[in-house]
Design a protein around this ligand. Structure first.
Ligand SMILES: [Zn+2]
Length: 249
């Protein structure tokens, strides 16, 4: 027995607050067995500079992402987005029930959740087990808010990065910023530096006029150039960004 072992407890029965709830479900969630995953190694993405056609002071610097969980950049990014999203969604529910299942058990549980008009999120762990969270009592262990949060965190730290490890019902899905359209934005240039490096230079040039941007296939920031800048000043800004990360000869 390791001291990392944690179990689901019942929030509505004080007797069960400190011990595993066996009688309700016959299933105790043992997150001590969930291996922490190592992030993927494959990278993607180039950084691009876009300018708003209607207002040239409005610029968008973003890294185009492949959006694959198996990517070193996108996997951890998606993991963070989903973890934050599910933490809010699950935190709003009166009660959460968790099931630890094998993939073959999923269809049966999904049907029961649908019949009970419930919502769900399931997370595929690197051990092959699925952690299923739902807000309807179709078996599974009922969890307290704090247990829900710690089991969600443990699940997210054990996700399988092979391919998308999370699926939800419509009500619990994650939506991101919409994609910049070609009619609204023109491309100024493709940048060689990482988006983090570019952001540092932009903050040096214009101050803290940046606002984060998230999309399923891109991550970056908007920047609003000062009203006082003329075309020559803007052109100089563009040149400075193109030069970021390039070795000066
Ligand atoms: Zn990627």
């Amino acid at each position: 027995m390791g001291n990392t072992e944690q179990t689901a407890v019942c929030h509505d029965n004080p007797k069960h607050n400190t011990e595993p709830c066996k009688e309700l479900s016959g299933q105790v969630v043992d997150i001590g067995k969930w291996m922490v995953s190592s992030p993927p190694r494959k990278r993607c993405g180039m950084s691009i500079h876009l300018r708003n056609r209607a207002d040239k002071r409005n610029n968008l610097l973003m890294r185009v992402l492949c959006g694959r969980w198996a990517c070193e950049i996108c996997g951890p990014y998606l993991k963070t987005k989903w973890q934050g999203h599910l933490s809010i969604v699950l935190g709003k529910q009166e009660t959460i029930f968790i099931h630890q299942i094998t993939p073959t058990q999923w269809e049966k549980i999904k049907t029961r959740i649908r019949r009970a008009k419930g919502e769900y999120a399931h997370i595929k762990l690197n051990s092959g087990v699925w952690a299923v969270f739902t807000n309807v009592p179709v078996g599974g262990s009922p969890l307290s808010q704090s247990a829900t949060q710690s089991i969600l965190d443990a699940s997210m730290n054990s996700v399988s990065y092979d391919r998308k490890p999370i699926a939800t019902s419509r009500g619990w899905s994650l939506s991101l910023n919409s994609k910049p359209t070609k009619s609204e934005w023109e491309r100024v240039g493709t940048l060689t530096a990482d988006i983090e490096e570019i952001e540092k230079v932009v903050v040096e040039l214009v101050g803290d006029q940046v606002r984060s941007f998230y999309h399923a296939n891109a991550i970056g920031f908007y920047v609003l150039l000062p009203q006082s800048w003329d075309d020559a000043h803007i052109a100089e800004f563009d040149r400075r960004l193109l030069a970021v990360g390039k070795v000066e000869l």
